[in-house]
Design a protein around this ligand. Structure first.
Ligand SMILES: *Cc1c(COP(=O)(O)O)cnc(C)c1O
Length: 291
């Protein structure tokens, strides 16, 4: 499997043109920035490894992507979570459902701490959200595709935008690109995001530019305005973005557009659409008047 050359679409939204790098279309099962981050593991041989171990939320995109990676590599996948809501257990959906279908061994442990986990010699341990140095391999390929597209299309003044969780994708992208990378923290505030960057790179001159969102959002919480913006983009552009990060991404980008009036903007679609299944259900339940 070769992960490369996702298409770049041109869309009109907020009364202007944007380019969208469709990493959601990289592959049916292995897509988005998690596929880029884990590409290194797909492409190298690990003769002593037969199990991948990770930790995170019970609906994480990284969990699902690791379950696909494990399947492709013929590895077992052990995934630790702190808790499992009974509703989800009884009604599996989204990343949780598909990770289980891929054979994930889910371990519920309230006290699990990544820092205390001692991996065995047959285990590959992956930090929460795929915040690992090996991620730079696949993200370098993403940067290369952007550079080639820019040259072919003679694009002059370019800004690249993508919403961040751990900030791994934005950080490595900035490292491999001369054009400025803009991002917005979706988990925690900008200080937290800078701290995340510092875990992967000590030279702060190489960090992406952080734009603050309109207001403080709590990650995973439902905001009616986010659902509305997501629906509007879907309707107007025919592109389904993720419901967790992208509404914060687009609504933040909107407030800074005047600053970037003279620039072309390339928005990176980082996948996550499988996770929408659960998010969509939660939105339907909470705001029964939306259809
Ligand atoms: C994981 C993920 C992010 C965050 O990526 P980081 O590299 O952790 O910043 C953003 N969007 C989607 C759709 C994701 O799945």
């Amino acid at each position: 499997m070769k992960l490369q050359n996702s298409p770049i679409d041109t869309i009109k939204f907020f009364d202007r043109t944007f380019y969208v790098k469709r990493d959601d279309l990289l592959d049916l099962h292995f897509s988005g920035n998690k596929a880029r981050k884990f590409d290194y593991f797909l492409h190298n041989n690990f003769p002593n490894i037969d199990t991948v171990v990770s930790f995170g939320s019970n609906q994480s995109n990284a969990m699902y992507s690791l379950s696909v990676l494990a399947k492709l590599k013929n590895w077992k996948f052990k995934y630790f979570i702190n808790h499992l809501p009974s509703y989800l257990k009884e009604h599996p959906s989204g990343n949780y459902k598909y990770a289980l279908l891929n054979g994930t061994e889910l371990i519920i442990d309230e006290d699990f701490k990544m820092t205390q986990y001692e991996s065995k010699s047959n285990e590959l341990f992956i930090q929460e959200g795929g915040a690992v140095n090996e991620a730079s391999f696949g993200i370098q390929q993403l940067a290369k595709e952007i550079k080639e597209w820019k040259k072919e299309n003679n694009i002059q003044n370019l800004k690249i935008f993508l919403p961040s969780g751990t900030g791994t994708t934005a950080l490595f992208l900035q490292k491999f690109l001369d054009d400025e990378v803009l991002t917005v923290p979706c988990v925690g505030d900008s200080e937290y995001l800078r701290y995340q960057f510092s875990l992967l790179e000590s030279d702060s001159s190489l960090y992406p530019t952080i734009l603050d969102p309109l207001k403080k959002y709590h990650f995973g919480k439902l905001y009616k305005e986010h659902y509305e913006l997501w629906s509007e983009i879907k309707e107007k552009t025919n592109i389904e973005f993720d419901l967790l990060y992208d509404p914060i991404g687009w609504s933040t980008l909107k407030i800074y557009l005047d600053l970037f009036a003279k620039f072309e903007i390339l928005y990176i679609h980082q996948g996550g659409v499988i996770g929408n299944e659960t998010m969509y259900d939660r939105y339907q339940k909470k705001f029964t008047n939306i259809s």
